[in-house]
Design a binder for this molecule. Structure first.
Ligand SMILES: [Zn+2]
Length: 242
C-alpha cells in the first residue's frame, strides 16, 4: 500500500466533498447494488475475489446489507447487478471470473435473500458497465424500465469496484439522464463506505506478468473523485428517518 503521506497528499490535491444522506421517503429513491457477488467479495472465491480478508470490501458488504434491509422493509425499489460470464466469452483484460452457474456469480450470503424480495430487480450482466449490461437485444433497457416504472427521482449506488463497475455505471447513468432517457431521475448518489475496490499494490503487480498496479485506497478515492467530477453526489453517511 502507498504510504499514508502519499495518500493524504493525493486527497488534498483531489478532494472529494461528501454529504450526509438522510432517507425519509420524501424523494423517491432507488438502490442500485453493483456486483456484490462472491466472485468479487468472498475471500478465496475466485480469480478476482480477495485472497485474504479485506476490510474495505467486508465493510462495503456490511453497509450494502444494512441499506438493502432498510429499503426492502419499506418496499423501496432495489436494482441488483450481478456480473456473470459465459465460459466461452472471456472479458478482456480480466482472468476468468463469475462464470454462469458457479457460486462466484451468486450474491454474497448476506444478500441471498434479495432473490425472493418482490421489490428487487436482479440483472445479470456480462460486461463492466451495468447500464450497457441492462440493454436487451431489441434495444430496450431493463434499468431504464426500472427507473420509469418506479418513478425514481434519485438513485443511491453501492457495490464493487468503486473505480470500475460502479464508476462506469454511474457515468453511463449520468449521460443517459442528460440524454433524457431516465426521466424522472434527477440525482445519482454514490455511497463511499458502501463501495469498495480490490487491492494490487505496485510492488506486488510488478512481479506478475501483464498486471497493472491497483492500490486499493488510492483507486477507491479516484473512483469517487471521478464520479463526483461527472456530476454524481458522494455521500459519506446514509441513515433512515422513517
Ligand atoms: Zn466481469
Amino acid at each position: 500500500m502507498a504510504s499514508s503521506t502519499k495518500i493524504d497528499l493525493l486527497k488534498e490535491e483531489l478532494p472529494v466533498e461528501q454529504e450526509t444522506l438522510v432517507l425519509d421517503g420524501d424523494v423517491k429513491t432507488g438502490l442500485v447494488i453493483v456486483d456484490v457477488v462472491n466472485g468479487f467479495c468472498t475471500v478465496g472465491a475466485g480469480n478476482l475475489a480477495p485472497p485474504v480478508p479485506d476490510e474495505q470490501i467486508s465493510g462495503m458488504v456490511q453497509e450494502t446489507v444494512r441499506i438493502s434491509r432498510n429499503f426492502a422493509e419499506k418496499k423501496w425499489p432495489i436494482y441488483a447487478l450481478l456480473d456473470t460470464h459465459h465460459p466461452d466469452i472471456p472479458e478482456h483484460p480480466y482472468p476468468p471470473h463469475c462464470l454462469v452457474g458457479t457460486e462466484e456469480a451468486e450474491l454474497v450470503p448476506g444478500l441471498k435473500w434479495l432473490e425472493n424480495e418482490p421489490s428487487v430487480t436482479l440483472r445479470r450482466k456480462n460486461c463492466i458497465d451495468g447500464y450497457i449490461g441492462s440493454t436487451e437485444k431489441d434495444g430496450s433497457n431493463v434499468f431504464i424500465d426500472w427507473v420509469k416504472t418506479n418513478q425514481i427521482k434519485r438513485i443511491l449506488v453501492v457495490g464493487i469496484c468503486t473505480d470500475i463497475c460502479v464508476l462506469d455505471f454511474v457515468c453511463a447513468a449520468l449521460s443517459a439522464k442528460n440524454r433524457g432517457f431516465l426521466d424522472p431521475l434527477e440525482e445519482v448518489l454514490v455511497y463511499s463506505s458502501g463501495c469498495a475496490t480490490f487491492d494490487l499494490p505496485a510492488d506486488v503487480a510488478k512481479n506478475i506478468k501483464g498486471a497493472i498496479a491497483h492500490p486499493q485506497e488510492l483507486m477507491h478515492h479516484i473512483g469517487l473523485y471521478i464520479a463526483r467530477g461527472r456530476g454524481a453526489k458522494v455521500v459519506s453517511e446514509v441513515s433512515f428517518s422513517t
